[in-house]
Design a binder for this molecule. Structure first.
Ligand SMILES: C[S@@+](CC[C@H](N)C(=O)[O-])C[C@H]1O[C@@H](n2cnc3c(N)ncnc32)[C@H](O)[C@@H]1O
Length: 276
């Protein structure tokens, strides 16, 4: 099995869209009138979910009419949120076919299929012409990317001069050796964590400049602790990312928190620019 197939199989188990529809029904959400905001607990599939996307969006220089690329778009939640908030267009690409299928169907449900278009593909080989996009981002994707030089090189190629590039990830912590399972890997297979300083060096090597790194560990840790607390009280909401993570969710969440506390992972948000 190729690495790409293994990573896709890890994320997209079974019919993802049907699972989301079932969870909507359990949560009392009507698919014919559901909103971008109501989908957010599931379709912002990264640490701290929707609030983390909002905080990232708050620092990005996105303008009305911009065309953005979301590399590793998952279910397309961040793309729909940005497209709605900034009246821009987002092209998403993701290596997991069932996520792309669900992303496009969810966009139809909320009437955003013209603003957000997702397609299947690998961020290490983007199917776009050079200098196409006004900005790009990749949220919680790079933990699974074996070749950061190629991945960042591709992002750089498809961005216009002056465009921003934003990245959020669990970097490798000072002590390394994360406990598994974690969201991106059950046992370490397909996991390629890098120390934040190495990620910055790889971004510079690709040509990016004005690189700003923000430590997000403490915020993620509080988010994971809240999730653990709700689970212990038996109050996990019906509509949440556990429907994507599966039966290992309790262990995954505990390990994600523990890895940060023990400095095995080092979460960061990075914003940089292609020189104009
Ligand atoms: C934690 S999810 C994040 C999804 C989305 N960015 C979000 O924040 O909601 C990680 C995503 O990265 C995708 N992914 C991993 N490696 C990839 C690659 N080389 N190219 C494109 N997508 C990739 C996975 O398929 C999965 O959808």
């Amino acid at each position: 099995m190729t690495d790409a197939q293994a990573i896709s199989d890890h994320w997209g188990k079974g019919d993802v869209y049907s699972r989301i529809l079932d969870a909507m029904e359990t949560a009392g959400l009507d698919p014919t009138s559901v909103t971008v905001e109501q989908l957010a607990p599931v379709d912002h599939f990264h640490a701290r979910s929707f609030p983390a996307t909002v905080e990232l969006a708050d620092v990005l220089p996105i303008k009305e009419g911009d065309r953005l690329v979301d590399i590793g778009c998952g279910l397309g939640g961040p793309a729909r949120y940005l497209a709605k908030r900034f009246k821009c267009h987002v092209d998403g690409i993701d290596i997991t076919a069932p996520f792309v299928d669900a992303a496009n169907k969810l966009s139809v449900l909320v009437g955003m299929e013209d603003a957000v278009k997702c397609q299947h593909g690998d961020g290490q080989k983007l199917p776009y012409q050079g200098e196409t996009f006004d900005g790009g981002y990749t949220q919680h994707v790079t933990m699974n990317v074996p070749d950061r030089d190629v991945f960042f090189g591709e992002a750089f190629r498809v961005l216009k001069p002056g465009a921003f590039f934003a990245l959020t990830e669990h970097g490798l912590g000072e002590l390394g050796d994360p406990h598994h399972p974690v969201p991106w890997s059950e046992d370490g297979t397909g996991a390629y964590l890098m120390r934040p300083s190495d990620t910055v060096a790889a971004l510079k090597k690709a040509g990016f400049a004005d690189i700003e790194v923000r430590d997000t560990g403490e915020r993620y840790l509080q988010g994971y602790k809240r999730a653990i607390d709700l689970a212990e009280k038996g109050e996990v909401p019906a509509f949440g990312t556990h429907i994507l993570l599966g039966d290992l969710t309790p262990q995954i969440v505990r390990n994600a928190a523990r890895n940060i506390e023990e400095r095995r992972t080092h979460p960061v948000q990075i914003v940089c620019f292609k020189p104009g």
